[in-house]
Unconditional design. Structure first.
Length: 269
């Protein structure tokens, strides 16, 4: 399994993942190794999956073929094409698992099939984040209603972490692109530190962002680790501020109102 975190910002989409890929046999994990779980599609979209890599790779390949059509259609129209394409991959896999389940047991057979995913792309009506369910249904997320989503075996830890951060920093306004990078990175980082099931190694962060003066074009890229240094500094500042409040309480003093650290502005303003 894995952890995927998808967040809509004011200027695009951020997808963060952990790097742990687990191999196994008969439903039992045998070894883990580091790998990248999100993929840049034609430089203009992002796809990430949680679950068996084989199914995720097939869906990603289908999205690569279709990506050129997204820009000419509104998102809802594209979804009518995306869902059948995904189900054309899932349906045979579920049929095979049903047959294999008669021998292996249904739960064990489904291990190689059940997958979820995130697709970020630019459509005629703007940049959108699609939440892809185990049955291939696509929910279109929106900044004002459902601005973030978590998937995978680390979801039980990631959901409350991200909601806690969201309530503090973005309860009144949507995050900027840089802030969304911080939120996604921070959530995966904590989930790894908590040793969430089958979640490990280090975070990877990918973005789909507007480019050009008019913002009509998009670019998908992986966030460089050097770019994440300032976010590590912010996280450390927050932790130190919280320790300061704890220390004052331990001394019996009234907690001072700390000056909260602020997220660094996006480059260029």
């Amino acid at each position: 399994m894995t952890l995927l975190v998808g967040i809509l910002s004011t200027d695009g989409v951020v997808i963060a993942t952990d790097r742990q890929v687990t191999h196994g046999t008969m439903g039992q994990a045998t070894v883990a190794q580091s790998a990248t779980k999100a993929e840049i599609i034609n430089g203009q979209a992002l796809y990430a999956s949680a679950g068996p890599m084989a199914v995720g790779q097939q869906i990603c390949a289908a999205m690569k073929v279709m990506q050129g059509q997204f820009g000419g259609k509104i998102c809802s129209a594209s979804v009518q094409l995306i869902q059948p394409a995904i189900r054309a991959i899932l349906d045979p896999a579920f049929d095979t698992a049903k047959k294999a389940g008669q021998i292996m047991g249904p739960q064990l057979a489904l291990v190689d099939v059940i997958t979820t995913g995130l697709l970020a792309a630019k459509f005629q009506d703007g940049i959108r984040l699609l939440d892809i369910s185990q049955q291939g249904s696509c929910e279109v997320l929106s900044v004002d209603k459902v601005p973030f989503v978590c998937h995978g075996s680390g979801k039980q830890n990631a959901d409350p972490i991200l909601r806690f951060l969201w309530n503090i920093y973005w309860s009144k306004q949507a995050p900027t692109h840089r802030e969304a990078i911080l939120a996604a990175y921070w959530t995966v980082k904590i989930a790894i530190e908590l040793k969430s099931p089958m979640v490990g190694y280090a975070p990877d962060v990918f973005v789909l962002e507007k480019t050009g003066k008019d913002g009509k074009h998009v670019k998908a890229r992986k966030v460089d680790e050097n770019e994440l240094v300032s976010h590590d500094e912010f996280i450390l500042a927050v932790e130190n501020a919280m320790r300061g409040v704890r220390d004052r309480l331990a001394d019996g003093a009234a907690p001072a109102t700390p000056v909260p650290p602020t997220v660094a502005a996006d480059p260029g303003g």
